[in-house]
Every structure is written in structure tokens, then in C-alpha cells.
Design a protein around this ligand. Structure first.
Ligand SMILES: *[C@@H]1O[C@H](CO)[C@@H](O)[C@H](O)[C@H]1NC(C)=O
Ligand SMILES: *[C@@H]1O[C@H](CO)[C@@H](O)[C@H](O)[C@H]1NC(C)=O
Ligand SMILES: *[C@@H]1O[C@H](CO)[C@@H](O)[C@H](O)[C@H]1NC(C)=O
Ligand SMILES: *[C@@H]1O[C@H](CO)[C@@H](O)[C@H](O)[C@H]1NC(C)=O
Length: 410
């Protein structure tokens, strides 16, 4: 105690000539710290209101559109741009969703929490409620569903403890399913496209012990499947897109472990396939969407690690691909929807490490990507459908633990 006191006194005594400077330094440092805090506060405010402003503006405009009369009590707003709507009766992933001509959305099959599903249900956008409808004749996932020009829905193939050649039709006015012709090949991971002449073209996929390059056509009038020319390449987990010219572009995919960058065009009038330009990236589980300007946008997918954040554009008038800006997130098993304003909404997916809850918007006029809120659930193997009211309905999916029954609106 005593020695301490002596020491302290000695120190003060020794430092006496410097005492004034010490005082000044404390003042300077004090003022500096205060100025620093003020700067930090100003910077935080600037960041909040200026740098992140575009996203806020965006979400405020989308929430404005979501205040339509069709929003109901079952819809609660939770995330910017996104709102939760009614839950499906069954949790499901690897299912299909089709917008019917009456505006309702038909969801079919998929994998549930613990079983393959034969069930189907309807979403009514005016109430936000799901109601079950008749079951399909078989359970299936990795199948396709196409709305025909006669308003019926054609469901094809998929997997149910075996690859299916079974196809069936849903009649929205009767709410019933009837089986129609079997495909010549059982297939899963295939594509189905409604052609301008009303036929449905099915391409590739996986069958028991084989990957397919075969293609076949369904005639809704006769209910019969006929084989057409085979693609140049075997493809599964590929995409197919129909141009207004009637031609069909298939891109990428491949066989297990071998990924394709090639693309080919089907000419329905000649019934033949023609190879066209190669994509820059080899990819499977990617997406392809025909934009309002007729160009096809391909996004993401994978060809081993890392998963792809790249996107490219196919111009049908030149048959060539050009890369465009990269997405903000790499993603596979995601969805892409062309909105009525021409912008493109990309949702969720898997980036090789995480199930994503992020969404981004592509603006074709500027070739730029911007994040647009977060979905309430992270998910992949989900669906996204553009409703007649302009909103996008996202349904189900898998979050790494369970199948989801939740649905959200953008
Ligand atoms: C799925 O299973 C999980 C538990 O494994 C359960 O919590 C959840 O309620 C189930 N979901 C549905 C819709 O059955
Ligand atoms: C659909 O099938 C499931 C079993 O697979 C059954 O529990 C359910 O009652 C069926 N629903 C209808 C509407 O027939
Ligand atoms: C369709 O599959 C069933 C059952 O696997 C089989 O019996 C039938 O021969 C197949 N039909 C055609 C056209 O391949
Ligand atoms: C596309 O790439 C393949 C190799 O992956 C090559 O054999 C083929 O010639 C290319 N085709 C075009 C049209 O560039």
C-alpha cells in the first residue's frame, strides 16, 4: 500500500512537466473517438439507405402488387417480396405443378416424407387453399406434366420402384384421371414439350439400365405414342424449350458422370434433329427458359464441383451461345420463371453445400442479376409456376431433412 502510494507519487512527480501534454492527448483521443463514432453512425445510415436501397425499392413495389384483392386471410407477409400461402395436404418434392386454364394449379406425385406419392392436389389462387383431387393410377416422381390444348393435363413416366412407361390424363372439369397410351420407352428424368400442333414431344431420360436418346410423340386425339427420330446424344437431366417457330431446343444433360455442352434442335415439320452451337459450360440439372425476346436463357446446373453460377443465352436466329452475367449464387435443382414484365425470377436450389433460401432477378435488358428477398424455406426439387395474376407460386421441395408442404408467393 505504502510503497504503491510512494511509487504513484513519484511517477506523478517525475511526470510533472509532461502532465499538461498528457491531459491534451486524452482530449485529442477523446475527440477523435467521438468523431469516429459519429462517422460510423453516418456510414451505417448511408449503407442502410443508399447501398441497400435498390432491394428495398424492389420489394416495396412487389408488395404493392401483392396487395391485390386475391390476397386472403390465409396469406401472411413474412419476407420482402415473398409471402406464405396455404400448405399443401402432402409434403412433396420432385413433383410437378401445372397452371390450368381455370387459373388453378395442379400438383402431382413426387416424393413425400417417407413414400412415393400418387396423390394430386389443386391450389386456388383466389383463396390460397389446397384441396386434394383424385389420385393418379400410380405413384411417380421425376415425371412430367403438360397442359394440352384441350385443357387436359398429360402426365408421363417417372419412377415408382421401377421406370414407368405409363401416362395418364387429368380432366380438370371432371377432376378425374384416365390412363392413356403407354410410351414406347419407360423413362424418368426426361422432358416433355407441348408442340404448336398440339402433339407432345418426349425426349431422352433414364430407363431401366439405360440412358436414352430416343424421342416420341403423343397424339391427344388418338391417345397413341409414336417414336420419332432419336437425338444425336443420349441425355437425361437435360432441358427442352419450344420456340414460336415450333422448333424445340434441347440442351446439356448427359449420362451419369458425363456432362454435355451440346444442344440440338428438333424440327417437328421434318421430324428430325439438327445439332446447333455448343454451350460454353457442360451442365445437367440446369434450367432453360424462352425469354419474351425469343432468346433462351440457360442458368446454373452442375458438372461436378463447384456448381455453376454461370448463365448463357442462345439466339435461335444465329444458333449461337453467348455468356451473360453470372448469377449471384451457384445453383442446381433451382427453378426459373419468366415474369409478365419480362424479368426472370430464379428461386432456391442447392449450391453443392447448402440448400438456398435466396432468390434473384435477371433483367434481360441490362444482362444483370439482383437478389430479391429470401424465401421462408430453403428448398430444392421444388416447383415454381407463374399464375394468371402475375404472382409466382413456389411449392414443396426438400430442405435437406424433410419434404416440405409449404408454398410461397412472390
Ligand atoms: C415430415 O416429417 C417430419 C419429421 O420427420 C415431420 O416433422 C413433418 O411434420 C412431416 N411433414 C409432413 C407434411 O408430413
Ligand atoms: C389416394 O391414395 C392414398 C394412398 O396411396 C389414400 O390414402 C388416399 O385415400 C387416396 N385418396 C383419394 C382421394 O382417393
Ligand atoms: C409398359 O410397362 C409394362 C410394365 O412394366 C409392360 O408390361 C409393358 O409391356 C410396357 N409397354 C410398352 C409399350 O413398353
Ligand atoms: C461441340 O463440342 C463437342 C465436344 O464436346 C465437339 O465434338 C463438337 O464438334 C462441338 N460442336 C460444335 C457445333 O461446335
Amino acid at each position: 500500500m505504502h510503497t504503491n502510494q510512494v511509487y504513484r507519487e513519484r511517477v506523478t512527480a517525475n511526470n510533472a512537466p509532461h502532465k499538461w501534454w498528457h491531459h491534451r492527448w486524452f482530449k485529442i483521443i477523446g475527440i477523435f473517438v467521438i468523431v469516429l463514432i459519429v462517422f460510423a453512425v453516418i456510414l451505417a445510415l448511408l449503407l442502410n439507405f443508399v447501398v441497400f436501397a435498390p432491394e428495398k425499392l424492389e420489394t416495396s413495389s412487389t408488395t404493392a402488387t401483392s396487395l391485390s384483392p386475391q390476397t386472403t386471410a390465409t396469406t401472411t407477409t413474412q419476407q420482402p417480396g415473398w409471402s406464405v400461402t396455404g400448405n399443401m395436404n402432402n409434403a412433396r418434392y420432385l413433383h410437378t405443378a401445372s397452371v390450368l386454364s381455370n387459373g388453378k394449379v395442379l400438383v402431382t406425385g413426387g416424393l413425400g416424407n417417407s413414400s412415393m406419392l400418387n396423390s394430386a392436389e389443386l391450389y386456388d389462387p383466389s383463396t390460397g387453399i389446397w384441396t386434394t383431387t383424385s389420385n393418379m393410377s400410380v405413384a411417380r416422381f421425376h415425371h412430367t406434366a403438360s397442359v394440352l390444348s384441350n385443357e387436359k393435363v398429360l402426365v408421363t413416366g417417372g419412377y415408382d420402384n421401377g421406370y414407368l412407361n405409363n401416362t395418364e390424363l387429368y380432366d380438370p372439369s371432371a377432376g378425374t384421371w384416365t390412363t392413356t397410351g403407354n410410351m414406347n420407352n419407360a423413362r424418368s428424368f426426361h422432358t416433355a414439350s407441348l408442340l404448336s400442333d398440339g402433339l407432345v414431344l418426349v425426349t431422352g431420360g433414364e430407363s431401366r439400365g439405360a440412358y436414352l436418346n430416343s424421342a416420341e410423340l403423343y397424339n391427344p386425339i388418338t391417345g397413341i405414342w409414336t417414336t420419332t427420330s432419336s437425338m444425336t446424344s443420349i441425355r437425361h437431366k437435360h432441358t427442352s424449350s419450344v420456340f414460336s417457330s415450333g422448333k424445340v431446343l434441347v440442351t446439356g444433360g448427359g449420362t451419369r458422370g458425363a456432362y454435355l455442352n451440346s444442344a440440338e434442335l428438333y424440327d417437328p415439320s421434318a421430324g428430325i434433329w439438327i445439332t446447333t452451337g455448343n454451350m460454353t459450360n457442360r451442365r445437367e440439372y440446369h434450367t432453360a427458359s424462352v425469354l419474351s425476346n425469343g432468346i433462351v436463357l440457360v442458368t446454373g446446373g452442375n458438372n461436378a464441383f463447384p456448381y455453376l453460377n454461370t448463365a448463357e443465352l442462345y439466339d435461335p436466329s444465329t444458333g449461337t451461345w453467348t455468356t451473360t452475367s453470372n448469377m449471384i449464387n451457384a445453383r442446381s435443382f433451382h427453378t426459373v420463371s419468366v415474369l409478365s414484365n419480362g424479368k426472370v425470377l430464379v428461386t432456391n436450389g442447392w449450391n453443392g453445400y447448402f440448400y438456398l433460401n435466396s432468390a434473384e432477378l435477371y433483367d434481360p435488358s441490362t444482362d444483370t442479376w439482383a437478389t430479391t428477398g429470401k424465401t421462408n424455406n430453403a428448398r430444392d426439387y421444388h416447383t415454381a409456376s407463374v399464375l394468371s395474376n402475375g404472382k409466382v407460386l413456389v411449392t414443396g421441395g426438400y430442405n435437406g431433412h424433410i419434404a416440405l408442404d409449404s408454398a410461397e408467393l412472390y
